[in-house]
Design a protein around this ligand. Structure first.
Ligand SMILES: [Fe+2]
Length: 330
């Protein structure tokens, strides 16, 4: 287990006692997966390995910290980790996406940037983007909020509703990020535009330019969906996390308005609402562990009942067709 700066907090096979549990909870981690006899069938697989995630967090951390000083990191370092993620999302193009939900909240911006990059990559691969296009999209995911380092930290982290004036200040971050990257790095124009346009709305009501439809580049339209999804399912200082199903509902409700319908269609088909390894409550009151997801039936995964150990496939077991999932415990 690592902190956002890449420092090890707990080593593999560490036995948990009160002290180590204290360390984990102080970092803001909301929960951990427990591997035991009961959960043996639940194969938890994140889109990217923990090593790749660790290097990605480190890179994003370095880019943001140096940007504050007007400095840069070696672009090769960024390109190498980006291409590893691209290869992974291309390889897993047909696999249902299990974005692991347990994550730390400290160093929010870095985790958020990596999550957005990976989710955007997954969506982009399923939309048929080429390897080069995915590289640009994932790079833009890492960097989309870099302009925020030039904005007053007290406004960024304000645990309250912002004033109209403060909201205007925040709205400068896509442009500031765009200019910083243009002047200090040599990324493709597609990367720069995706950063610049990630807050544009499909109907033209976004910022900074208020452009709409396919005036907005496709990578920016993908980033927009990934950004909102991750921001809402993650915990921020001003709200508790929303459930993936509620966020998907929100995103589908704003299809064609805030979001590109093509991107929303892929997300609503492919993203799993009840990640493997999570605990759910069924409509008959029983609690169960999610052990497998099905493509095209994201509401009805296979589960294992806690008390009896019985496995129920909500998608195909006839006797369970009246059962639904009513709650997800994160
Ligand atoms: Fe942003």
């Amino acid at each position: 287990m690592y902190d956002p700066a890449g420092l090890m907090l707990l080593a593999r096979h560490t036995e948990l006692d009160d002290q180590t549990i204290g360390i984990i909870s102080r970092t803001g981690v909301p929960g951990v997966y427990i591997e035991d006899e009961f959960s043996r069938d639940a194969e938890i697989r994140d889109v990217i390995s923990s090593e790749v995630k660790k290097s990605a967090l480190q890179i994003v951390h370095d880019v943001f910290i140096r940007a504050e000083q007007g400095e840069t990191v070696d672009e090769e370092r960024i390109a190498s980790i980006v291409s590893q993620i691209t290869r992974q999302v291309i390889e897993d193009r047909d696999v249902i996406c299990n974005l692991v939900n347990v994550r730390a909240y400290d160093g929010y911006t870095y985790f958020h940037s990596v999550n957005v990059a990976v989710l955007a990559g997954v969506l982009g691969a399923k939309l048929g983007l080429s390897e080069a296009e995915l590289n640009d999209l994932i790079t833009a995911g890492f960097l989309h909020d870099v302009g925020k380092v030039f904005i007053d930290i007290d406004i960024i982290n304000a645990p309250r509703r912002l004033t109209a004036e403060e909201r205007e200040v925040i709205k400068a971050h896509p442009g500031m990020g765009y200019e910083f990257l243009r002047d200090n790095y040599s990324f493709d124009q597609d990367v720069l535009l995706a950063v610049y346009e990630h807050h544009e709305w499909f109907n033209g009501e976004g910022y900074p330019r208020g452009i709409k439809g396919d005036q907005i580049t496709l990578p920016a339209r993908i980033l927009k969906v990934a950004d909102v999804y991750d921001a809402m399912t993650g915990k921020r200082c001003y709200h508790d996390p929303y459930l993936p199903s509620d966020v998907l509902e929100y995103i589908m409700g704003r299809d064609g308005m805030e979001f590109d319908p093509d991107v929303v269609a892929v997300m609503s088909r492919e993203l799993c609402l009840y990640p493997v390894g999570c605990e759910v409550e069924l409509s008959d009151g029983r609690r169960a562990l999610v052990i497998e997801n099905h493509k095209g039936a994201i509401q009805r995964p296979k589960v294992k009942i806690y008390d009896s150990g019985e496995e129920i496939d909500l998608a195909s077991d006839r006797k369970s067709w009246n059962l639904t999932i009513v709650k997800l415990f994160l």
